[in-house]
Design a protein around this ligand. Structure first.
Ligand code: UDX
Length: 455
Protein backbone atom coordinates (compact mmCIF):
# COMPACT_ATOMS: atom_id res chain seq x y z
CA UNK A 1 0.00 0.00 0.00
CA UNK A 2 1.30 3.43 -0.88
CA UNK A 3 1.83 5.58 2.16
CA UNK A 4 -0.25 8.78 2.20
CA UNK A 5 2.73 10.99 2.84
CA UNK A 6 5.71 11.42 0.59
CA UNK A 7 5.90 11.44 -3.17
CA UNK A 8 9.19 11.14 -5.03
CA UNK A 9 9.68 12.23 -8.63
CA UNK A 10 12.45 10.25 -10.28
CA UNK A 11 14.02 11.89 -13.30
CA UNK A 12 16.27 9.86 -15.65
CA UNK A 13 18.39 11.13 -18.54
CA UNK A 14 16.63 9.52 -21.52
CA UNK A 15 19.30 6.94 -22.45
CA UNK A 16 19.24 3.20 -21.75
CA UNK A 17 22.12 3.22 -19.28
CA UNK A 18 20.32 5.90 -17.25
CA UNK A 19 16.66 4.84 -17.52
CA UNK A 20 17.56 1.37 -16.23
CA UNK A 21 19.03 2.33 -12.84
CA UNK A 22 16.61 5.20 -12.18
CA UNK A 23 13.56 3.11 -13.01
CA UNK A 24 14.89 0.34 -10.79
CA UNK A 25 15.40 2.91 -8.02
CA UNK A 26 11.77 4.07 -8.43
CA UNK A 27 10.58 0.45 -8.28
CA UNK A 28 12.50 -0.10 -5.08
CA UNK A 29 10.88 2.97 -3.52
CA UNK A 30 7.45 1.74 -4.60
CA UNK A 31 8.17 -1.70 -3.13
CA UNK A 32 8.73 0.04 0.21
CA UNK A 33 5.28 1.61 -0.04
CA UNK A 34 6.32 5.06 -1.20
CA UNK A 35 4.63 6.82 -4.09
CA UNK A 36 7.19 7.10 -6.89
CA UNK A 37 6.66 8.73 -10.27
CA UNK A 38 9.12 8.40 -13.13
CA UNK A 39 9.13 11.62 -15.15
CA UNK A 40 10.54 10.84 -18.57
CA UNK A 41 10.58 12.35 -22.04
CA UNK A 42 7.76 11.92 -24.56
CA UNK A 43 10.08 9.99 -26.83
CA UNK A 44 10.93 7.37 -24.20
CA UNK A 45 7.71 7.14 -22.19
CA UNK A 46 6.16 4.45 -24.43
CA UNK A 47 8.99 2.07 -23.48
CA UNK A 48 8.32 2.17 -19.74
CA UNK A 49 6.49 -0.80 -18.28
CA UNK A 50 6.53 -0.76 -14.50
CA UNK A 51 3.33 -1.64 -12.70
CA UNK A 52 3.92 -0.02 -9.34
CA UNK A 53 5.62 3.13 -10.56
CA UNK A 54 3.57 6.04 -11.87
CA UNK A 55 4.85 7.50 -15.12
CA UNK A 56 4.45 11.08 -16.36
CA UNK A 57 5.87 12.88 -19.39
CA UNK A 58 8.17 15.86 -19.41
CA UNK A 59 9.63 17.47 -22.50
CA UNK A 60 13.22 17.84 -23.70
CA UNK A 61 12.02 20.01 -26.61
CA UNK A 62 12.42 17.11 -29.07
CA UNK A 63 9.25 15.12 -28.51
CA UNK A 64 9.28 13.30 -31.84
CA UNK A 65 12.78 11.84 -31.93
CA UNK A 66 14.60 12.65 -28.68
CA UNK A 67 18.30 13.51 -28.84
CA UNK A 68 18.63 12.09 -32.36
CA UNK A 69 16.43 14.95 -33.55
CA UNK A 70 18.75 17.58 -32.01
CA UNK A 71 21.42 19.23 -34.17
CA UNK A 72 24.13 18.61 -31.54
CA UNK A 73 24.64 17.30 -28.01
CA UNK A 74 25.10 20.88 -26.87
CA UNK A 75 21.78 21.92 -28.44
CA UNK A 76 20.08 18.92 -26.87
CA UNK A 77 21.27 19.53 -23.31
CA UNK A 78 20.44 23.24 -23.55
CA UNK A 79 16.95 22.51 -24.81
CA UNK A 80 16.40 19.88 -22.13
CA UNK A 81 17.49 22.31 -19.44
CA UNK A 82 15.08 25.01 -20.65
CA UNK A 83 12.02 22.97 -21.65
CA UNK A 84 12.66 20.26 -19.07
CA UNK A 85 12.75 22.73 -16.15
CA UNK A 86 9.46 24.23 -17.30
CA UNK A 87 7.59 20.96 -17.82
CA UNK A 88 9.02 19.45 -14.63
CA UNK A 89 7.81 22.50 -12.69
CA UNK A 90 4.35 22.14 -14.22
CA UNK A 91 4.26 18.50 -13.17
CA UNK A 92 5.15 19.37 -9.59
CA UNK A 93 2.59 22.22 -9.48
CA UNK A 94 -0.07 19.81 -10.77
CA UNK A 95 0.75 17.37 -7.97
CA UNK A 96 -0.13 20.08 -5.41
CA UNK A 97 -3.72 19.91 -6.60
CA UNK A 98 -3.86 16.20 -5.71
CA UNK A 99 -3.53 14.15 -2.54
CA UNK A 100 0.06 13.36 -3.49
CA UNK A 101 2.15 16.53 -3.55
CA UNK A 102 5.71 15.85 -4.67
CA UNK A 103 8.17 16.44 -1.82
CA UNK A 104 11.41 15.16 -3.36
CA UNK A 105 13.11 15.01 -6.75
CA UNK A 106 15.68 12.29 -7.36
CA UNK A 107 17.43 13.33 -10.55
CA UNK A 108 19.94 11.79 -12.88
CA UNK A 109 23.48 13.09 -12.61
CA UNK A 110 23.26 14.40 -16.20
CA UNK A 111 20.32 16.68 -15.31
CA UNK A 112 21.85 19.06 -12.73
CA UNK A 113 19.24 21.75 -13.43
CA UNK A 114 16.65 19.66 -11.59
CA UNK A 115 18.32 20.88 -8.38
CA UNK A 116 17.15 24.44 -9.18
CA UNK A 117 13.61 23.20 -9.76
CA UNK A 118 13.64 21.46 -6.36
CA UNK A 119 14.95 24.63 -4.72
CA UNK A 120 12.25 26.79 -6.35
CA UNK A 121 9.61 24.55 -4.80
CA UNK A 122 11.49 24.17 -1.52
CA UNK A 123 11.39 20.36 -1.69
CA UNK A 124 14.09 17.74 -1.09
CA UNK A 125 16.67 17.16 -3.81
CA UNK A 126 18.79 14.08 -4.36
CA UNK A 127 21.13 13.26 -7.21
CA UNK A 128 21.55 9.66 -8.35
CA UNK A 129 25.04 8.97 -9.67
CA UNK A 130 24.89 6.47 -12.53
CA UNK A 131 28.66 5.89 -12.58
CA UNK A 132 30.76 4.30 -9.88
CA UNK A 133 31.50 6.48 -6.85
CA UNK A 134 35.20 6.18 -7.74
CA UNK A 135 34.67 7.65 -11.21
CA UNK A 136 32.46 10.38 -9.76
CA UNK A 137 35.06 11.25 -7.15
CA UNK A 138 37.54 12.06 -9.94
CA UNK A 139 35.28 14.84 -11.24
CA UNK A 140 34.76 16.11 -7.74
CA UNK A 141 38.52 16.12 -7.09
CA UNK A 142 38.85 18.43 -10.13
CA UNK A 143 36.27 20.73 -8.62
CA UNK A 144 38.26 20.64 -5.38
CA UNK A 145 41.41 21.67 -7.26
CA UNK A 146 43.16 18.39 -6.39
CA UNK A 147 43.24 17.33 -10.02
CA UNK A 148 43.56 19.55 -13.09
CA UNK A 149 41.63 19.33 -16.34
CA UNK A 150 43.01 19.16 -18.98
CA UNK A 151 45.42 16.85 -17.24
CA UNK A 152 49.02 17.81 -16.89
CA UNK A 153 51.12 14.79 -18.03
CA UNK A 154 53.61 15.53 -15.24
CA UNK A 155 50.91 14.90 -12.66
CA UNK A 156 50.54 11.27 -13.75
CA UNK A 157 50.07 8.71 -12.30
CA UNK A 158 47.32 10.22 -10.18
CA UNK A 159 47.27 9.56 -6.45
CA UNK A 160 44.03 10.47 -4.66
CA UNK A 161 42.35 9.38 -1.42
CA UNK A 162 40.29 6.21 -1.70
CA UNK A 163 41.47 5.45 -5.24
CA UNK A 164 44.15 3.16 -6.67
CA UNK A 165 47.04 4.72 -8.58
CA UNK A 166 45.62 5.87 -11.93
CA UNK A 167 47.51 6.09 -15.23
CA UNK A 168 46.34 8.11 -18.22
CA UNK A 169 44.82 5.00 -19.84
CA UNK A 170 42.71 4.36 -16.70
CA UNK A 171 40.91 7.71 -16.82
CA UNK A 172 37.36 8.42 -18.01
CA UNK A 173 37.46 9.78 -21.57
CA UNK A 174 35.77 12.98 -20.35
CA UNK A 175 38.97 13.69 -18.43
CA UNK A 176 41.52 12.14 -20.75
CA UNK A 177 40.06 13.88 -23.84
CA UNK A 178 37.95 16.74 -22.43
CA UNK A 179 37.73 18.62 -25.74
CA UNK A 180 35.85 15.74 -27.40
CA UNK A 181 32.94 15.68 -24.95
CA UNK A 182 32.63 19.22 -23.68
CA UNK A 183 28.81 19.27 -23.46
CA UNK A 184 28.69 16.26 -21.13
CA UNK A 185 31.75 17.37 -19.18
CA UNK A 186 30.14 20.76 -18.51
CA UNK A 187 27.05 19.04 -17.08
CA UNK A 188 29.17 16.75 -14.94
CA UNK A 189 31.27 19.60 -13.59
CA UNK A 190 28.14 21.64 -12.82
CA UNK A 191 26.80 18.76 -10.78
CA UNK A 192 29.96 18.36 -8.73
CA UNK A 193 30.28 22.08 -8.10
CA UNK A 194 26.93 21.92 -6.27
CA UNK A 195 27.03 18.44 -4.79
CA UNK A 196 26.71 19.58 -1.18
CA UNK A 197 23.47 21.44 -1.98
CA UNK A 198 21.72 18.09 -2.36
CA UNK A 199 19.99 16.45 0.59
CA UNK A 200 21.25 13.04 -0.58
CA UNK A 201 23.83 11.82 -3.05
CA UNK A 202 22.77 8.34 -4.12
CA UNK A 203 25.10 6.09 -6.04
CA UNK A 204 24.32 2.98 -8.04
CA UNK A 205 27.00 0.95 -6.29
CA UNK A 206 27.44 -0.75 -2.93
CA UNK A 207 29.67 -0.06 0.01
CA UNK A 208 31.80 -3.20 -0.14
CA UNK A 209 32.55 -2.71 -3.82
CA UNK A 210 34.17 0.68 -3.26
CA UNK A 211 34.98 0.45 0.43
CA UNK A 212 38.13 2.62 0.42
CA UNK A 213 36.43 5.42 -1.44
CA UNK A 214 33.33 5.34 0.77
CA UNK A 215 35.67 5.66 3.73
CA UNK A 216 37.59 8.54 2.14
CA UNK A 217 34.37 10.44 1.41
CA UNK A 218 32.72 9.75 4.74
CA UNK A 219 31.26 12.97 6.16
CA UNK A 220 32.24 14.90 3.00
CA UNK A 221 29.47 13.89 0.57
CA UNK A 222 25.97 13.06 1.84
CA UNK A 223 26.64 9.74 0.07
CA UNK A 224 24.27 6.78 0.23
CA UNK A 225 25.16 3.68 -1.80
CA UNK A 226 21.89 2.09 -2.95
CA UNK A 227 22.97 -0.42 -5.59
CA UNK A 228 23.32 -2.55 -7.45
CA UNK A 229 20.13 -1.23 -9.03
CA UNK A 230 19.55 -4.47 -10.90
CA UNK A 231 16.09 -6.10 -11.22
CA UNK A 232 15.22 -7.84 -8.01
CA UNK A 233 14.83 -11.34 -9.45
CA UNK A 234 18.58 -11.43 -10.12
CA UNK A 235 19.71 -10.23 -6.73
CA UNK A 236 17.43 -10.16 -3.70
CA UNK A 237 13.93 -11.26 -4.92
CA UNK A 238 12.30 -8.54 -2.81
CA UNK A 239 10.14 -7.27 -5.68
CA UNK A 240 7.77 -9.91 -7.07
CA UNK A 241 8.20 -10.70 -10.74
CA UNK A 242 10.94 -8.12 -11.23
CA UNK A 243 12.90 -9.88 -13.99
CA UNK A 244 13.61 -6.88 -16.19
CA UNK A 245 14.22 -3.16 -15.80
CA UNK A 246 11.01 -2.45 -17.71
CA UNK A 247 12.26 0.32 -19.95
CA UNK A 248 13.97 -1.18 -22.99
CA UNK A 249 14.38 1.36 -25.79
CA UNK A 250 14.82 -1.41 -28.39
CA UNK A 251 12.99 -4.67 -28.94
CA UNK A 252 15.00 -7.61 -27.63
CA UNK A 253 15.31 -10.83 -29.65
CA UNK A 254 15.12 -12.80 -26.43
CA UNK A 255 13.36 -15.94 -27.62
CA UNK A 256 15.97 -16.47 -30.29
CA UNK A 257 18.80 -16.08 -27.74
CA UNK A 258 17.18 -18.37 -25.18
CA UNK A 259 16.45 -21.08 -27.73
CA UNK A 260 20.01 -20.87 -29.01
CA UNK A 261 21.47 -20.93 -25.49
CA UNK A 262 19.28 -23.83 -24.37
CA UNK A 263 21.17 -26.09 -26.78
CA UNK A 264 24.63 -25.15 -25.48
CA UNK A 265 26.54 -26.82 -22.62
CA UNK A 266 26.88 -25.27 -19.17
CA UNK A 267 29.15 -22.20 -19.06
CA UNK A 268 30.31 -22.68 -22.67
CA UNK A 269 29.07 -19.44 -24.28
CA UNK A 270 30.79 -16.04 -24.40
CA UNK A 271 28.32 -13.15 -24.27
CA UNK A 272 29.62 -10.03 -26.03
CA UNK A 273 28.02 -6.59 -25.76
CA UNK A 274 29.11 -2.97 -25.99
CA UNK A 275 26.05 -1.32 -24.47
CA UNK A 276 23.84 1.31 -25.97
CA UNK A 277 25.77 4.54 -26.31
CA UNK A 278 29.36 3.90 -27.35
CA UNK A 279 30.30 4.17 -30.99
CA UNK A 280 32.46 1.20 -31.90
CA UNK A 281 34.66 1.58 -34.99
CA UNK A 282 34.51 -0.82 -37.94
CA UNK A 283 38.17 -1.68 -37.42
CA UNK A 284 37.46 -2.65 -33.82
CA UNK A 285 34.45 -4.73 -34.84
CA UNK A 286 36.60 -6.58 -37.37
CA UNK A 287 39.23 -7.40 -34.71
CA UNK A 288 36.63 -8.59 -32.21
CA UNK A 289 34.93 -10.74 -34.84
CA UNK A 290 38.11 -12.56 -35.80
CA UNK A 291 39.32 -12.74 -32.21
CA UNK A 292 36.09 -14.45 -31.19
CA UNK A 293 36.29 -16.78 -34.15
CA UNK A 294 39.84 -17.77 -33.20
CA UNK A 295 38.73 -18.84 -29.70
CA UNK A 296 36.65 -21.64 -31.25
CA UNK A 297 34.04 -20.99 -28.59
CA UNK A 298 30.32 -20.36 -28.83
CA UNK A 299 29.27 -16.74 -28.57
CA UNK A 300 26.29 -14.38 -28.64
CA UNK A 301 27.21 -10.93 -29.83
CA UNK A 302 24.90 -7.92 -29.52
CA UNK A 303 25.77 -5.39 -32.17
CA UNK A 304 23.54 -2.87 -33.86
CA UNK A 305 24.31 -2.38 -37.53
CA UNK A 306 26.53 -5.47 -37.71
CA UNK A 307 26.14 -5.79 -41.51
CA UNK A 308 27.61 -2.35 -42.05
CA UNK A 309 30.32 -2.58 -39.43
CA UNK A 310 32.00 -5.72 -40.72
CA UNK A 311 33.74 -5.84 -44.12
CA UNK A 312 32.25 -9.20 -45.18
CA UNK A 313 29.50 -9.99 -42.70
CA UNK A 314 27.94 -12.86 -44.62
CA UNK A 315 31.26 -14.57 -45.18
CA UNK A 316 32.08 -14.15 -41.51
CA UNK A 317 28.78 -15.64 -40.37
CA UNK A 318 29.18 -18.53 -42.83
CA UNK A 319 32.67 -19.20 -41.54
CA UNK A 320 31.59 -19.55 -37.93
CA UNK A 321 28.48 -21.57 -38.84
CA UNK A 322 26.31 -22.05 -35.80
CA UNK A 323 29.06 -21.30 -33.29
CA UNK A 324 28.02 -17.66 -33.06
CA UNK A 325 24.76 -15.74 -32.95
CA UNK A 326 24.74 -12.01 -33.74
CA UNK A 327 21.67 -10.02 -32.64
CA UNK A 328 20.72 -6.34 -32.66
CA UNK A 329 19.53 -6.23 -29.03
CA UNK A 330 18.66 -8.76 -26.36
CA UNK A 331 17.47 -8.91 -22.78
CA UNK A 332 21.00 -8.74 -21.40
CA UNK A 333 20.11 -9.96 -17.93
CA UNK A 334 18.22 -12.94 -19.23
CA UNK A 335 21.24 -13.91 -21.35
CA UNK A 336 23.77 -13.33 -18.56
CA UNK A 337 21.67 -15.40 -16.18
CA UNK A 338 21.44 -18.34 -18.58
CA UNK A 339 23.35 -21.41 -17.41
CA UNK A 340 25.10 -21.75 -20.78
CA UNK A 341 26.88 -18.39 -20.47
CA UNK A 342 30.32 -18.50 -18.85
CA UNK A 343 32.04 -15.23 -19.76
CA UNK A 344 31.01 -11.65 -20.52
CA UNK A 345 33.04 -9.58 -22.99
CA UNK A 346 31.86 -6.10 -22.08
CA UNK A 347 32.58 -2.45 -22.86
CA UNK A 348 32.40 -1.94 -19.07
CA UNK A 349 29.49 0.50 -19.07
CA UNK A 350 28.65 0.87 -15.40
CA UNK A 351 25.34 -0.99 -15.63
CA UNK A 352 26.89 -3.87 -17.55
CA UNK A 353 29.75 -4.03 -15.04
CA UNK A 354 27.33 -4.18 -12.11
CA UNK A 355 25.18 -6.74 -13.90
CA UNK A 356 28.22 -8.93 -14.56
CA UNK A 357 29.25 -8.70 -10.90
CA UNK A 358 25.71 -9.29 -9.62
CA UNK A 359 25.38 -12.42 -11.73
CA UNK A 360 28.82 -13.74 -10.80
CA UNK A 361 30.20 -13.57 -14.33
CA UNK A 362 33.94 -13.60 -15.18
CA UNK A 363 34.56 -10.72 -17.60
CA UNK A 364 36.83 -9.38 -20.32
CA UNK A 365 36.75 -5.57 -20.46
CA UNK A 366 37.05 -3.82 -23.82
CA UNK A 367 36.39 -0.19 -22.85
CA UNK A 368 35.30 2.29 -25.52
CA UNK A 369 34.75 5.71 -23.90
CA UNK A 370 33.22 7.55 -20.92
CA UNK A 371 33.83 5.85 -17.55
CA UNK A 372 34.60 2.46 -19.07
CA UNK A 373 38.41 2.45 -18.89
CA UNK A 374 38.26 3.13 -15.14
CA UNK A 375 35.67 0.41 -14.63
CA UNK A 376 37.86 -2.01 -16.61
CA UNK A 377 40.82 -1.20 -14.37
CA UNK A 378 38.79 -1.97 -11.24
CA UNK A 379 37.41 -5.16 -12.79
CA UNK A 380 40.93 -6.44 -13.41
CA UNK A 381 42.92 -5.07 -10.49
CA UNK A 382 40.55 -4.55 -7.56
CA UNK A 383 37.68 -6.96 -7.99
CA UNK A 384 39.83 -9.49 -9.88
CA UNK A 385 36.99 -11.00 -11.88
CA UNK A 386 38.71 -10.99 -15.24
CA UNK A 387 41.03 -9.12 -17.58
CA UNK A 388 41.08 -5.83 -19.40
CA UNK A 389 42.00 -6.12 -23.08
CA UNK A 390 44.76 -3.67 -24.01
CA UNK A 391 44.83 -1.58 -27.16
CA UNK A 392 47.58 -2.23 -29.73
CA UNK A 393 49.59 0.36 -31.61
CA UNK A 394 46.76 1.08 -34.06
CA UNK A 395 44.54 2.21 -31.19
CA UNK A 396 42.30 -0.86 -31.34
CA UNK A 397 42.27 -4.07 -29.33
CA UNK A 398 43.72 -6.65 -31.72
CA UNK A 399 42.17 -10.02 -32.55
CA UNK A 400 45.11 -11.76 -30.86
CA UNK A 401 44.44 -9.78 -27.67
CA UNK A 402 40.72 -10.63 -27.78
CA UNK A 403 41.49 -14.32 -28.23
CA UNK A 404 44.16 -14.32 -25.52
CA UNK A 405 41.94 -12.55 -22.95
CA UNK A 406 38.93 -14.77 -23.59
CA UNK A 407 41.02 -17.94 -23.39
CA UNK A 408 42.78 -16.74 -20.24
CA UNK A 409 39.50 -15.87 -18.49
CA UNK A 410 37.67 -19.03 -19.56
CA UNK A 411 40.35 -21.71 -19.36
CA UNK A 412 43.65 -20.08 -18.33
CA UNK A 413 45.61 -20.57 -15.12
CA UNK A 414 43.58 -17.92 -13.31
CA UNK A 415 40.15 -18.92 -14.64
CA UNK A 416 39.13 -20.66 -11.40
CA UNK A 417 40.22 -17.62 -9.39
CA UNK A 418 38.15 -15.31 -11.64
CA UNK A 419 35.12 -17.57 -11.27
CA UNK A 420 35.49 -17.75 -7.50
CA UNK A 421 35.91 -13.99 -7.14
CA UNK A 422 32.94 -13.34 -9.43
CA UNK A 423 30.74 -15.61 -7.30
CA UNK A 424 31.93 -13.83 -4.16
CA UNK A 425 30.90 -10.48 -5.64
CA UNK A 426 27.56 -11.96 -6.58
CA UNK A 427 27.02 -12.89 -2.91
CA UNK A 428 28.10 -9.48 -1.68
CA UNK A 429 25.87 -7.67 -4.19
CA UNK A 430 22.95 -9.79 -3.07
CA UNK A 431 23.67 -9.10 0.59
CA UNK A 432 23.84 -5.34 -0.01
CA UNK A 433 20.33 -5.09 -1.50
CA UNK A 434 18.66 -7.81 0.58
CA UNK A 435 16.65 -6.90 3.67
CA UNK A 436 18.97 -5.29 6.20
CA UNK A 437 21.92 -5.07 3.78
CA UNK A 438 23.89 -1.81 3.46
CA UNK A 439 22.12 -0.54 0.33
CA UNK A 440 18.70 -1.62 1.57
CA UNK A 441 19.28 0.17 4.88
CA UNK A 442 20.35 3.37 3.10
CA UNK A 443 17.21 3.25 0.99
CA UNK A 444 15.05 2.51 4.02
CA UNK A 445 16.40 5.56 5.86
CA UNK A 446 15.61 7.76 2.86
CA UNK A 447 12.08 6.36 2.61
CA UNK A 448 11.48 6.98 6.33
CA UNK A 449 12.56 10.60 5.97
CA UNK A 450 10.38 11.21 2.92
CA UNK A 451 7.39 9.61 4.66
CA UNK A 452 7.64 12.20 7.42
CA UNK A 453 6.56 14.66 4.72
CA UNK A 454 8.37 17.97 4.68
CA UNK A 455 11.02 18.71 2.15
C1 UDX B 1 26.86 4.45 -20.82
C2 UDX B 1 28.09 4.36 -19.88
O1 UDX B 1 29.15 3.69 -20.32
C3 UDX B 1 27.70 4.02 -18.50
O2 UDX B 1 28.76 3.71 -17.67
C4 UDX B 1 27.01 5.22 -18.03
O3 UDX B 1 26.77 5.18 -16.68
C5 UDX B 1 25.77 5.34 -18.87
O4 UDX B 1 26.11 5.48 -20.23
P1 UDX B 1 25.82 2.25 -21.95
O5 UDX B 1 26.79 2.35 -23.05
O6 UDX B 1 24.43 2.16 -22.34
O7 UDX B 1 25.96 3.39 -20.89
O8 UDX B 1 26.23 0.95 -21.09
P2 UDX B 1 25.67 0.36 -19.73
O9 UDX B 1 25.86 1.28 -18.61
O10 UDX B 1 26.30 -0.96 -19.59
O11 UDX B 1 24.11 0.20 -19.95
C6 UDX B 1 23.55 -0.61 -20.95
C7 UDX B 1 22.27 -1.22 -20.42
O12 UDX B 1 21.58 -1.76 -21.54
C8 UDX B 1 22.49 -2.34 -19.44
O13 UDX B 1 21.62 -2.21 -18.35
C9 UDX B 1 22.17 -3.61 -20.22
O14 UDX B 1 21.57 -4.61 -19.47
C10 UDX B 1 21.24 -3.10 -21.28
N1 UDX B 1 21.36 -3.89 -22.53
C11 UDX B 1 22.49 -3.85 -23.26
C12 UDX B 1 20.29 -4.65 -22.91
O15 UDX B 1 19.27 -4.71 -22.23
N2 UDX B 1 20.39 -5.36 -24.06
C13 UDX B 1 21.48 -5.36 -24.84
O16 UDX B 1 21.47 -6.03 -25.86
C14 UDX B 1 22.58 -4.57 -24.43
Amino acid sequence: MENQKGHVLVLPYPAQGHINPLLQFAKRLASKGLRATLATTHYTIGSIKAERVHVEPISDGFDEGGYKQAPSTQAYVESFRRVGSKTLSELISKSYETEHPVNCIVYDSLLPWALDVAKTFGIYAAVLLTNSASVCSLFWYIHQGRLTSPLCPDALPIVLPGLPLLEFSDLPSFLAYPESQSAYLALIMEKFARLEENDWVFCNSFEELEAELVKALFGIWPLAMVGPLVPSAYVDRQIDGDTSYGGSLWNPTSDQCSRWLDKRPLGSVIYVSFGSMGNISSDQVEEIAFGLKATNKHFIWVLKDFEHKLKSPIQFLDSIQNRGLVVEWCDQLEVLAHRAVGCFVTHCGWNSTLEGLSLGMPMVGVPLWSDQATNAKFLEEKWRVGLRARKGEQGTVTREEVEMCVREVVEGERSEEFKKNALNWKDRAKRAVSKGGSSDKNLGEFVAKIREGGG
